[in-house]
Design a protein around this ligand. Structure first.
Ligand SMILES: Nc1ncnc2c1ncn2[C@@H]1O[C@H](COP(=O)(O)OP(=O)(O)OP(=O)(O)O)[C@@H](O)[C@H]1O
Length: 657
């Protein structure tokens, strides 16, 4: 797909972004209707038990209201720039919408363009996320900023003749220890490309590995690099590889959403040791003390000041006279309140300056900055221009989302696989956004501007087989080091001997892929949820996990995947303390484990497999295991689908355990 003009490009994407934005609001409204406040709070999309206070006037005359929860806010997805609604009990969706302008550990400040509704000044309030608007705003901004990048906007329109000189240029050889030829070639071509390069990596072919070695070379050449990906998990994944290479990185974003083993690299944590930040902290502590002192006085806000300016109040207070019904002592206390407020404002300004200085210091001194695509558009990176921007899992992001980080760089490197997870798009009318930039560029870029990695280093050849035939036209090869590897090669593995023959079959190291037919499973869902669970499968997954652990596998060698969130919630609670990783398919993209158990959940006579028909998701789930893949599902239900039928026919079947 190509465009005739930048205007056409911008109109096309702006309209899709707006449609998706509207659909997201509908999604939130719907969730508000079906979930309780507590359930939504657990999802991070609502905050309960807040008390609202007038917080003065903000930019452009907006009214600010600060919502506080004394014991601190729970972990949540609400960020500065998001649209929220506040209600006393269950919201109706008709509440006045406000924009989050400040967030601390205990409070969230919301700006209202008109006078806020009276209830926001009450206690025990509920605040709901209405739209993660900040990402939409950043996408729109990125689409409109394209005018300032002439080469890149030509590229996005599909006018790529100017790349021909590079394609014809003489090639230099590059050798990187431990990489194969196609990975080295990808690195060489990426280094030689001035504008753009694509690394296509089917599962386990080392696209993240290749990207991290490319980043190492680029940083050794003195380049400043921005590394981003659609999800926090994907950013953690590449960051882990970069850290293992000993590269100096910093991660921006909320540390609560990062892998805890990497949070020491987060900007927030690194800031703690910076002298300017420590000084700012001192000032914030001082502000807290000043705020306590201020409570002794009368707030010069709203009704109290009766239209008087600060100066007038101070002047009247010193005259020691009553004024228009305001008694002199009250005027004096208001004047004292104003003086303390001025001191607070001064300290606040100074603390913010010091904090910004510390942030800039750290970000400008660290050669590699990592963030999600959306966070790459945060104000923290406003003044940064990078030599290279690398986007991993680029096929998981919509084109405008991908532009957020890309617009910050002179050269773009995208790694992805359009047979794995597509971008999440809620609106039916915005489905065109599912075509990622990576996939679109691939259709018109000269061949030299992309590389296909075709040797995979993860899966036993039988685990790879189905995906290879279904999605990759058999182009994928298993490296000899993994083609025949089994659990028997892991030190200590000794299959536990059970009275159940089926279980013994599951544990045999030489059988790499098995399907356990959980024929008596029962699918169920809560009345207020779209997600399914299956109790019988839960018990079977536990039984299999116990048997694997009894066979002396380490918990960290085992991963459990289910496409259904309700099943994941139950698995996590049932296996709490097991220390095995349990995640939805989306949470496992880019990851791998020695053994993967997949619980497919659906079990009905009608052959209704719903969401399981998403084959790109299935591809991701089936390609996470290195040595053993155990699929748990209902054979009869799944046989309604030809692809599942074919999958199951080609692997070992276990009927009872
Ligand atoms: N040249 C290589 N030699 C040995 N092992 C390698 C090589 N390249 C990659 N690997 C290993 O292969 C596995 C998969 O690599 P990586 O995660 O980079 O693949 P990926 O293509 O990003 O996977 P996915 O598509 O699932 O995101 C890792 O264990 C990695 O260490």
């Amino acid at each position: 797909m190509r465009f005739n003009s930048l205007k056409q490009y911008q109109d096309y994407f702006s309209s899709l972004i707006q449609k998706e934005r509207a659909a997201e609001m509908d999604f939130h409204l719907n969730e508000i209707m079906v979930l309780s406040g507590k359930q939504r709070e657990q999802k991070g999309r609502a905050i309960l038990l807040l008390n609202g206070n007038d917080s003065g006037t903000g930019i452009g005359g907006s009214s600010l209201v600060k919502f506080v929860r004394g014991e601190g806010l729970p972990d949540n997805q609400i960020s500065i720039g998001d649209i929220v609604i506040v209600s006393k009990e269950k919201p109706t969706g008709k509440e006045e919408q406000g924009t989050v302008v400040e967030k601390t550990a205990r409070s969230i400040t919301v700006a209202y363009s008109q006078s806020p509704p009276f209830i926001v000044f009450g206690r025990n309030l509920r605040l709901d996320l209405f739209s993660n608007d900040i990402t939409f705003q950043r996408m729109l901004e990125a689409v409109h900023k394209l005018e300032f990048l002439p080469n890149h906007h030509e590229l996005l329109l599909g006018k790529v003749d100017f790349l021909q000189d590079e394609v014809n240029a003489k090639k230099t050889e590059i050798s990187v220890a431990n990489l194969n030829q196609s990975q080295e070639a990808a690195i060489r071509k990426a280094i030689e490309s001035k504008e753009v390069f694509l690394i296509h990596g089917p599962p386990g072919t080392g696209k993240t590995t290749t990207l991290s070695h490319l980043i190492q070379l680029l940083s050794e050449q003195g380049n400043k690099i921005l590394v981003s990906a659609a999800s926090n998990t994907a950013v953690d994944n590449i960051l882990e590889k970069l850290t293992k290479l000993g590269l100096p990185c910093i991660r921006i974003g909320n540390p609560a959403r990062m892998d805890s083993s990497l949070s020491f690299l987060s900007l927030d944590v690194q800031l703690q040791d910076h002298p300017d930040y420590q000084q700012a902290n001192g000032l914030w502590n001082k502000i807290q003390i000043q705020k306590k002192e201020q409570q002794e006085f009368v707030p010069a806000s709203g009704q109290n000041r009766r239209g008087l300016s600060d100066e007038k109040i101070i002047q009247l207070a010193s005259s020691k006279k009553n004024y228009r019904g305001i008694p002199s002592p009250k005027l004096r206390k208001m004047a004292q309140w104003i003086k303390v407020q001025r001191a607070i404002n001064k300290n606040f300004e100074e603390a913010n300056k010091l904090q910004m200085k510390a942030v800039e210091d750290i970000l400008s001194q660290t050669p590699i900055i990592c963030a999600t695509n959306s966070t790459a558009g945060s104000g923290l990176l406003k003044d940064f221009l990078f030599d290279v921007v690398c986007v991993d899992e680029a096929t998981q992001a919509t084109e405008p989302e991908c532009l957020i980080p890309l617009l910050k760089g002179k050269k773009w490197v995208l790694a992805g696989d359009h047979h794995q997870l597509p971008p999440t798009v809620v609106s039916k009318d915005a489905e065109a956004l599912k075509l990622s930039l990576f996939e679109r560029l691939k259709t018109f870029l000269p061949e030299e501007k992309s590389s296909l990695l075709s040797i995979q280093y993860r899966m036993h050849k039988n685990i790879m087989k189905f995906s290879n035939e279904t999605f990759y036209g058999n182009q994928l090869k298993a490296h000899p080091s993994v083609a025949g590897h089994t659990l028997a090669d892991l030190p200590g593995y000794e299959p536990f001997i059970s009275l159940e023959q089926g279980l013994n079959q599951l544990l045999k190291p030489e059988i790499a892929v098995l399907f356990y037919n959980c024929a008596n499973g029962v699918e169920a869902k809560l009345p207020d949820s779209y997600s399914y669970y299956n109790k019988v499968e839960l018990e079977k997954v536990q039984q299999i996990t116990d048997a694997l652990l009894a066979s002396r596998l380490f918990p960290e060698d085992i991963g459990i995947i289910s496409p259904y969130e309700q099943q994941i919630i139950r698995l996590k609670s049932m296996l709490a303390g097991y220390q095995v990783e349990i995640k939805t398919i989306d949470g496992f993209q880019g990851k791998e484990k020695e053994v993967i158990i997949i619980s497919l959940v659906r079990s009905n006579q009608e052959g209704n497999i719903g969401f399981l028909r998403d084959y790109r998701r299935l591809n991701v789930a089936l390609t996470r295991a290195k040595r053993k893949l155990i699929i748990v599902g209902n054979l009869t239900t799944l046989q309604a689908d030809p692809l599942y039928t074919w999958l199951i026919e080609n692997i070992s079947l276990v009927d009872s355990i």
